[in-house]
Design a protein around this ligand. Structure first.
Ligand SMILES: [Zn+2]
Length: 233
């Protein structure tokens, strides 16, 4: 599931020359989705137009699509026009395992009948807590791996085709789109639209194509290394 950050009435950051984060995010996200489809991946987008979506809706879409992962594309901003570079986030924490919504997610993920089958009798059952905690740990580990794969490939791909780029590292973030849900999730901040250099790069379609290629290469590296799933080509 590819998520374009913000949208509709939520413009996100505003950059040099009035460039809007929601537009940059959508442009790059669409290119990622197209390139993945061209490689035979089964891809969906949380939005493919200028629509307003809640954070909960984004995770819910990923869950109902039974996506293997969620990659959310954003652009960054700073008060200083000197700040540039790419950052990738993985979840800092997840929803408390036994919170009501987490139990609901878990039930929707594996089906309550399945939980019942393996001996979970109520939402306060210790087995459910154990399963939830393990899913949470797996999600954290895989999200971190996905973040490093994507970050690494975006830097390499941009450096190869478009020259130097500032590495602002892989970081932990408490963002809702990351912590909600049970699937691996990352946010890619593709550059600072408040930097003149990056704003002009991010409005250049060939640059956005290369960025998208980096993200796709990172997803490919992750899929090859960490999943058993075949592409659905
Ligand atoms: Zn954003």
């Amino acid at each position: 599931m590819i998520d374009a950050g913000h949208g509709g009435i939520e413009r996100g950051a505003v950059g040099v020359g009035g460039i809007l984060e929601k537009e940059v995010a959508l442009d790059v996200a669409k290119r990622v989705a197209e390139q993945l489809k061209a490689q035979g991946y089964d891809v969906a987008m949380t939005r493919d137009e200028d629509a307003t979506l809640s954070l909960m809706t984004r995770s819910a879409k990923a869950a109902s699509y039974q996506a293997d992962l969620l990659v959310s594309v954003h652009a960054n901003s700073s008060r200083s026009s000197d700040v540039q570079g790419i950052e990738t986030y993985f979840p800092e924490c997840c929803i408390e395992p036994m919170s009501h919504s987490y139990v609901q997610q878990l039930k929707s993920l594996v089906g309550y009948d399945d939980l019942h089958y393996i001996g979970v009798r109520s939402k306060n059952d210790q087995k459910l807590a154990y399963i939830a905690e393990n899913i949470r740990k797996i999600k954290m580990e895989l999200s971190k791996k996905l973040a490093f794969n994507i970050h690494d490939q975006v830097l390499k791909t941009v450096q190869k085709h478009k020259g130097a780029i500032v590495d602002r590292k892989v970081r932990k973030g408490p963002f809702a789109v990351l912590v909600q849900g049970t699937r691996p999730a990352v946010i890619v901040e593709v550059g600072y639209i408040t930097s003149e250099t990056e704003a002009s790069r991010l409005t250049d379609s060939s640059y956005c194509d290369i960025l998208a290629r980096g993200i796709v290469n990172g997803i490919g590296a992750y899929v090859r290394a960490h999943t058993q799933k075949r592409k659905t080509a």
